[in-house]
Design a protein. Structure first.
Length: 378
C-alpha cells in the first residue's frame, strides 16, 4: 500500500510550487542537507587544507589518539589511526584514510578517495568520480561531484551523494541513503532502512521492507511530483532500480552507465530499451558484474571482461583465455575496455587454453606486461 504519493499542490497542500519559469531553489534535498552537515570535513579537504596540513606537519605524527595526517599532491596519500584522529588529502587521485572512534577522513580531487572507520566516523570526498566510505555505528559518508560515490555501513549510518550520476549506498539496520542530481542513485539495505533520491530520473533501490522515496523532475529541473512506498516484492522488487515517471514507479537499469527502461527480466537476463529506443540485453554473474549487448550472446561475451579474479599466489601454468582475462586484470589493474580491445586486436579465442609464458609473450609491450612478467618470474 502506498505511503505517500503527490503530484501537485492540489493533492499535497504543503508541496512547494515555484514561480513560473523558475526552478525550485528554496528546498534542499536530503543529500544536500547531509553534505552540509559534513561541511567541517569538506573544509579540511578543500579551502582549509593548507592550515590543516601545516598543523599536521607540526605534530609530525600519524598514529595515536587525536592524531592527524595530511597529504598534498597528485596521487598523494594520508593515513591516520587512533581515537579522534583525522586524515585529509588533496590532489588528483589522492587518498585519505582514518581509523578510530570519531575519526574523520576528507579527500579532494577528481577520482580521490576518503575512507573512515570507527564509531561515529565521517568520510567526505569532493571531485568527479570521487569516493567516500565510512564504516561504524552512526557513521556518515558524503561525496560531491559527477559520478561520485558515498557508501556507509553500520547501524544508523548515513550516506549522501550529490552530483550528476552520483550514487549513495548505505548498509545496516536503520541506515539512510540520499542522493541528489540528474540520474543520481540511492540504495539502502538492512531492516528498517530507507533511501531517497532527488533529481531528474533519480533512482532508488532497497531490500524487502525498505522505504523508497523518489522525486519526479522535468529535464529542466522543475519538480512535478514523487512517490514513497515500501519494497513489498510485488509492486517494488528488492534489488531493482526504480524512478518515478508520470506519477508511477518504473523499473530501470544503469549497466555500463547507460540509462534504460527494463522491459522484462527472466532467468537473469534483462531486456531493456535505451532513451534512444535501442533494445539491448543485460546479463549478470554471481560476482555482481553486469554487461549489455545487442544480443544475449554478445552481452555474455562482454561480461567476461568485467570479471576481476580474486587472485593470490602463483600464476597457474595453464588456463583458458576467459580465466586469463580475470587473472590479468587482477594482477595488473588493467581496465575491462583495455583488455577487450587487446583481445579483439590479437584475434585469439578466449575458449582456448594458454600457458602463463604464452600470455607473457603475447602481452609484451602492453600495459601491465612488466607487472605480469614479475609475477610470473617470482
Amino acid at each position: 500500500m502506498p505511503l505517500r504519493r503527490y503530484r501537485n499542490e492540489t493533492t499535497n497542500p504543503n508541496f512547494y510550487k515555484p514561480a513560473k519559469g523558475k526552478r525550485m531553489t528554496t528546498q534542499k534535498s536530503q543529500a544536500e542537507i547531509e553534505i552540509e552537515a559534513l561541511q567541517d570535513v569538506f573544509n579540511i579537504a578543500t579551502t582549509g587544507f593548507d592550515e590543516f596540513y601545516k598543523t599536521a606537519k607540526e605534530k609530525d605524527k600519524d598514529k595515536g589518539d587525536y592524531s592527524t595526517a595530511a597529504s598534498s599532491g597528485y596521487y598523494s596519500t594520508a593515513a591516520s589511526s587512533g581515537y579522534g584522529s583525522k586524515a585529509a588529502s588533496s590532489g588528483y587521485g589522492s587518498k585519505a584514510a582514518s581509523s578510530g572512534d570519531y575519526s574523520k577522513a576528507a579527500s579532494s580531487g577528481d577520482s580521490s578517495t576518503a575512507a573512515s572507520s570507527g564509531y561515529v566516523s565521517k568520510a567526505a570526498s569532493s571531485g568527479n568520480y570521487s569516493t567516500a566510505a565510512s564504516s561504524g555505528y552512526y557513521s556518515t559518508a558524503a561525496s560531491s561531484g559527477d559520478y561520485s560515490t558515498a557508501a556507509s555501513s553500520g547501524y544508523y549510518s548515513t550516506a549522501a551523494s550529490s552530483g550528476y550520476g552520483s550514487k549513495a549506498a548505505s548498509s545496516g539496520d536503520y541506515s539512510k541513503a540520499a542522493s541528489s542530481g540528474k540520474y543520481s542513485k540511492a540504495e539502502s539495505s538492512g531492516e528498517h532502512s530507507g533511501c531517497t533520491s532527488i533529481g531528474y530520473r533519480a533512482a532508488v533501490k532497497g531490500d524487502l521492507g525498505n522505504l523508497l522515496m523518489a522525486s519526479e523532475y522535468t529535464k529542466d529541473g522543475v519538480p512535478v511530483g514523487g512517490n514513497a512506498d515500501l519494497v513489498d516484492g510485488k509492486n517494488l522488487k528488492a534489488g531493482s532500480w526504480y524512478i518515478v515517471e508520470k506519477g508511477a514507479w518504473v523499473e530501470v537499469d544503469f549497466t555500463d552507465r547507460v540509462f534504460s527502461y527494463v522491459l522484462s527480466n527472466k532467468k537473469g537476463v534483462k531486456k531493456v530499451k535505451t532513451e534512444q529506443g535501442k533494445v539491448l540485453y543485460v546479463v549478470s554473474d554471481d560476482k555482481g558484474n553486469s554487461a549489455h549487448g545487442e544480443t544475449i550472446a554478445k552481452a555474455r561475451e562482454d561480461l567476461i571482461y568485467k570479471d576481476i579474479a580474486k587472485f593470490d599466489g602463483e600464476l597457474p601454468k595453464k588456463a583458458t583465455g576467459k580465466e586469463w582475462v580475470g587473472i590479468y586484470r587482477a594482477v595488473t589493474g588493467t581496465c575491462a575496455a583495455g583488455v577487450k580491445n587487446f583481445v579483439e586486436q590479437t584475434g585469439k579465442s578466449l575458449d582456448d587454453t594458454y600457458t602463463a609464458k604464452e600470455i607473457a609473450k603475447l602481452v609484451h609491450g602492453n600495459f601491465g606486461a612488466e607487472q605480469f612478467a614479475k609475477k610470473l618470474n617470482k
